[in-house]
Design a protein around this ligand. Structure first.
Ligand SMILES: CC(C)(COP(=O)(O)OP(=O)(O)OC[C@H]1O[C@@H](n2cnc3c(N)ncnc32)[C@H](O)[C@@H]1OP(=O)(O)O)[C@@H](O)C(=O)NCCC(=O)NCCS
Length: 331
């Protein structure tokens, strides 16, 4: 009997309506469209407006789109993982609320946090549950309301991030499709370069932390850039080498959308033509846990059964890695 692999069998996504253009950012901080475009590749990003709407709102919308497209009864889902760096609340799992709201009453649900690598790591987790035979339907959602932790007076971070969500259903496959190999790493040295200082157990919220703006993301952009370029490119190259994939064998690079220059460095290292590189950073910016599933959703109609996809991501922590997956369906 052939080995059971874990395939992605459906995707869905959601981005909020409000479009924050580079022009709008010019009115908030000392920046300009030309600088942002040439340094990052970003032209606009989506922002979730409205009182009382958190990351769960984005996640629910993405999951509902997937359910509708697949005509899937939510009661069939056994596990929901919400990959996010911006949960609705610190303690109550966002995933549990999402599961209830979409009607997945037979599922258990939890959050997974690895900054911008959350979805990539989540793919490994979801696939393991499927490969082991323990569950047959695992829904992985990547969702972040980055605008909730962005300082819109800090021009070095506010230009980069946006809000969004994407979802992917993992199911068993007996044709050898789905997740083939993974190379995942982390290095705690990185936590000083990209972080939110306060609100965790290390530095609980206080009047002082609010006054010092420590509930916003801090980033040493140059250092993060250097680590990201090296590690995303290295891990993607390693996955190719380990699986004897030449640039001709790779149909798509699915790279975390942090900065167009980081994506270009990764695809150059892999020897890939631009036409094989998924990219939507110009429209959404860096949506943290949502970048990879948003790409899958945007490019779904171009994907063919058997296509070789190489995912690569890098994030706070530091966390990073690469996954090789064979696409399982024609849409
Ligand atoms: C943030 C980032 C775009 C900055 O680009 P950079 O080329 O490294 O730019 P620097 O930080 O060296 O800044 C260059 C100059 O531009 C200025 N600058 C920074 N942000 C600016 C902005 N939004 N508009 C205009 N000028 C800006 C800086 O103050 C600096 O000016 P100085 O030379 O007078 O000091 C880039 O470092 C980056 O993408 N880092 C990685 C981000 C990332 O991937 N994060 C998520 C990881 S998952």
């Amino acid at each position: 009997m052939s080995k059971t692999t874990a395939a992605i069998t459906a995707v869905g996504s959601y981005v909020p309506d409000f479009v924050m253009t580079n022009k709008i950012l010019e009115t908030l901080v000392d920046t300009n469209d030309e600088w942002i475009t040439t340094r990052t590749g970003i032209k606009e990003r989506r922002i979730l407006k409205g009182e009382g709407l958190g990351t769960s709102y984005l996640a629910i919308k993405a999951a509902e789109q997937l359910l509708e497209k697949r005509k899937l009864d939510p009661k069939e889902i056994e596990l929901i993982i919400v990959a996010t760096a911006t949960p609705d609340m610190m303690v109550a799992a966002t995933a549990a609320y999402v599961a209830s709201e979409i009607g997945a009453t037979n599922a258990f649900a939890y959050d997974l946090q690895a900054a911008c690598s959350s979805f990539l790591y989540g793919m490994s987790t979801a696939a393991s549950y499927i490969e082991s035979g323990r569950y047959k339907k695992v829904l992985l959602i990547g969702a972040d309301k980055m605008s909730s932790i962005i300082d819109y007076t800090d021009r070095t971070t506010c230009i980069i991030f946006g809000d969004g969500a994407g979802a992917a259903l993992f199911e068993p496959n007996n044709e050898g499709l789905g997740l083939q190999d993974e190379y995942l790493r982390s290095d705690g040295v990185g936590r000083n370069f990209l972080k939110m200082d306060a609100g965790g157990s290390l530095l609980p919220a206080s009047e002082e932390t609010v006054k010092n703006r420590q509930h916003f993301i801090y980033q040493d952009g140059k250092s993060v850039f250097k680590f990201a370029v090296t590690n995303m490119a290295d891990s993607a190259a390693k996955i190719m080498e380990r699986n004897n994939l030449s640039h001709n064998d790779v149909n798509w690079l699915v790279p975390h959308q942090a900065n167009k220059r980081i994506i270009d460095a990764t695809s150059n290292r892999m020897g890939l033509d631009d036409s094989k590189v998924m990219m939507n950073i110009q429209r959404y910016g860096n949506t943290t846990s949502a970048t990879l599933p948003l790409l899958l959703s945007d490019y779904e109609s171009q994907l063919r059964k058997g296509d070789n996809l190489v995912f690569a991501a890098f994030g706070g922590g530091f966390t990073w890695g690469s996954i090789y997956l064979k696409w399982a369906y024609n849409s």
